[in-house]
Each structure stands twice: as structure tokens, then as C-alpha cells.
Design a protein around this ligand. Sequence first.
Ligand SMILES: Cc1cc2nc3c(=O)[nH]c(=O)nc-3n(C[C@H](O)[C@H](O)[C@H](O)COP(=O)(O)O)c2cc1C
Length: 377
Amino acid sequence: MQGRRDFMKTAMYSSLVLGFSSILTACSGLKRRDVPVCAKEKDLSSGLDAKTRNILYYASLAPSGHNCQPWRVRIEDRQTWVVEADLNRQLAVVDPQNRELLLSLGAFVQNLCLAAGRMGLAAEPQVIAKSRHDRDVLRIKLHKARVSNYPLQRMKKRRTVKNGYLAKEIAAADIKVLTEHLPENIFYFPRGSKHASCIAEAAVENYRLQTYRDEAQKELVKWLRLSDRQAAKHRDGLSTEGMEIQGLKGWFVRHFVKSKDFLKKSYRKQGIDLMSNLANQGGGWLIVTSQGQTVSDLINTGRSFESMALLARECGIGIHPMTQMLEEKEGLRHIAEEHNDGFHPQFVLRVGYLEKYPEPVSLRRPVEWFAYQPLNS
Ligand SMILES: Cc1cc2nc3c(=O)[nH]c(=O)nc-3n(C[C@H](O)[C@H](O)[C@H](O)COP(=O)(O)O)c2cc1C
């Protein structure tokens, strides 16, 4: 009798657990681990050799504004690749001067060099763009070298994190780790400091200004991938998981909300409320500046930023770029008033310790969608 009762109890418990976990699974949107690295089997016959594919796969894990992945790679021959700006992926409204596009290409190139090194190739990038609007941005020369011991996992594990930051200052030892790649071009303002409060206020205010700038909001809407079907089709842009809209709310948005609903007043207001909440979470702010404003300056800053971002997870620190103050006229005017001419902020980053570091979720296009061999090669 006792055995039968135990059996019934276990059966009921298991079905409850199973039922609950399937509800939770149904509530989560498409994540990076849910999509295959290659788009389709036929893509494997695209002519790219395995090493090239692999290096470019790691490069593509780099961050980019709106996850627009503004890169293309022209494989001229085994030793010569050209990294192009994908001019169809520019954010013409919020980034008319391609500042963020070039920072994102810098991050892409940093991953590319690190991955190539791990695979026994030295990658030597040379900036070839004369202006910020050129298509051909860098030529990469590759040659055989000693295999580096860089842990590739860092690229797979890096992600942007927006929520769940602890109200705790970043320890000096961690700041040292994060800033070792750009010690002269990075400034930390701990939570509670006057500067940190000013940055938080400006971040929210410029987010608000941008939210009510219709063209900027319409551009953002183009990069929303709310349903799983859209996310799987494009494998770029902002999915519910990427925006950290999770649980039942995420499920609702994926099934019932249309991208253009984000233009409604109530949605804009919700976004602003969320940002003001986030801006006050965390351990403070990091401002990354560049030496100058040339294409090379932006590529180098993107590379250094990525080197830092790749180390953040091991310190248990989340990084959240909040870029609107570098995109809105009002934010730029305010910065120019308060600083001298040589001050070129390129990243405004909210940082904070996380109790549990989430896995990466934002999607990436398969290599074959952005790498190509010219017909005459
Ligand atoms: C130049 C640049 C600007 C960015 N600006 C913002 C921003 O203002 N707000 C935000 O939430 N994320 C911002 N991001 C982060 C991207 O949205 C993120 O990298 C992208 O969605 C891919 O996600 P992942 O970093 O988790 O791989 C920015 C990233 C870059 C490289």
C-alpha cells in the first residue's frame, strides 16, 4: 500500500515538474543555441574551407549596434581577405557618420585576429578606407604562425547584459583587468559618484529624446525580430531574448505584438520607464574614448572595446552600452560644452556584477551569408 502511495506521489510530482518545465520552455524565445551554425547543408559546399569558416564564425560573434552585423568579407585568396562595410546594414538615422558601424567592424576584426591566432594564422589587418563611408574598410593578410593559446570560449560566452546588476562598486582589481587593453582611454565612474549620477541622468534623457524621434524609432523597428519565425529567418537584429523580454511577457510579445506597435505611445513610455530603472542599477559607468575620429581610430577603439568585453564575464561583470547620448544632438552638445576638443567618447557603458551570468542569446547570420569569393578569384 505504502509503495503504491509513493509511486502515485512520484508520478504526480514528475508530471507537475514536466508540465511546468514545458510551460517555461514554451515561454522562452529563439536563442543562439537553438539555431544551427550553418544555415543549410548546401552552404557547406560554398567553397569556403573549414578554417576560414571557423575563423569568420568567431568573428561574427562580435557585438554590433542593434545587432545589425554590418560586415561582409571578400575572400580574395587564402591569404588576403577584405572586410567590407555592408552598406545595406547602416543605421542611417542614429549613426549617419558610421561611427558605430566602424566600432562594430573593429570588434569583428578583433575576434577575427584572435580566432586566426588560435588556428595557427597571424592576421594582419590594415585599414584601407579613406573615408567613413567607403565600402572596403580593411585588408587582412594571413600567414602561418605559432598556434596561440587564446581561449576561444570567451568569444562564444561574451554577451551584452542589461538586467540584474548588483548595486556594488566594481573592485579596483577588476577595473585593472578590464582596462588593461586601453588604460589611457577608459574612465570608470563608480556608482554614487557625482559623475555617475550625471551620466545616468544623461543616458535616460537622451534615450527619452530618441524614443520620441520618429525616424530613429522607425529605424529601430526595422531591426526588431519579435516572432521566432522572423528571428530564424534573419538571424540578426533584436529578438525578445536579446532585449531580455522574457517569461510570459516575452511569449506574449512573440505571439501578439507587431514591430510597429513599438511606435505606439504606451510602448515608448514603457521603454523609457525600463531605461530609467536600468540606468540606476549596477556598479557605475565606463566611458571609452578614442585618440581621434579617423577610421583607424574607430577601428582601434572597437578592437580595444572587444578585448575588454571578452574579459568581463570572467570577472562576473555585465556590460551594457547605452549609446543614445552619443547619437542625439542634445547629448553631443552637452558633451562638447563640458569637455575640451580632444575628448572623443565612443562607448558609454553601464557595468555591474551579476549573480548569475546569462548565456548568450542574440542570433548571428551564418558565415555563408556574409562571406563571399569574387567570381574572378
Ligand atoms: C557600437 C555599439 C553600440 C551599441 N549600443 C547599444 C545601446 O545603445 N543599447 C543596447 O542595449 N545595446 C547596445 N549595443 C549592444 C548590441 O545591441 C549587442 O551587441 C547586440 O544586440 C548583440 O548582442 P550581444 O552583444 O549579446 O552579442 C551596442 C553595441 C555596439 C557594438
